[in-house]
Design a protein around this ligand. Sequence first.
Ligand code: 5GP
Ligand code: MG
Ligand code: MG
Length: 181
Amino acid sequence: MLDQDIERVLFTEAQLDTRIGEIAAEMNRDYAGKEPVLISVLRGSFVFMADLTRKITLPCTVDFMSVSSYGAGTKSSGQVQITKDLSDDIEGRDIIVVEDILDSGNTLSYLLEILKARKPASVKLCTLLDKPDRRVKDVHVDYSGFTIPDEFVVGYGLDYAEKYRNLPYIGILKPCVYGGE
Ligand code: 5GP
Ligand code: MG
Ligand code: MG
């Protein structure tokens, strides 16, 4: 059972649902009269993206991109690669980048630079989780679900070595699972 590898549940399904409803309500107000593009950064944000978009009542479009920065480890390398690019042009569009977690900021500061160079009308960042203790790059967050301590979390889209994405809640992984104490 996947559950056995979890030390502690940080956010239950119900807590996630409530907070995501609040974020969507803010977006519905902020983008009234507009048609934003929500850009999910794969793979970690796919569950959040699916739940968030279904609470958005405005016309909007979705697109996906994939970057790799971690490999199978638990720390960001600072080396970021686009492994799948957007399908559509974003020039002149209001874009909202949807991320699972902002940690060192390496991935997002790089990604936001690339996206801004494509001349969208506006760029906002939405992250479900924010781990500010480990920030090395300054990244402005417009919508943040929860601020969390410096622990390695999994579930609700977030993986360790590609596992645990299917857990419906967010939990702290037992350090023994990844070779910690
Ligand atoms: P950053 O470049 O900000 O250090 O890392 C961002 C990416 O690292 C996230 O999108 C996520 O894929 C991964 N990451 C950072 N912290 C965690 C964590 O606690 N758990 C998991 N599963 N992934 C994390
Ligand atoms: Mg991510
Ligand atoms: Mg990962």
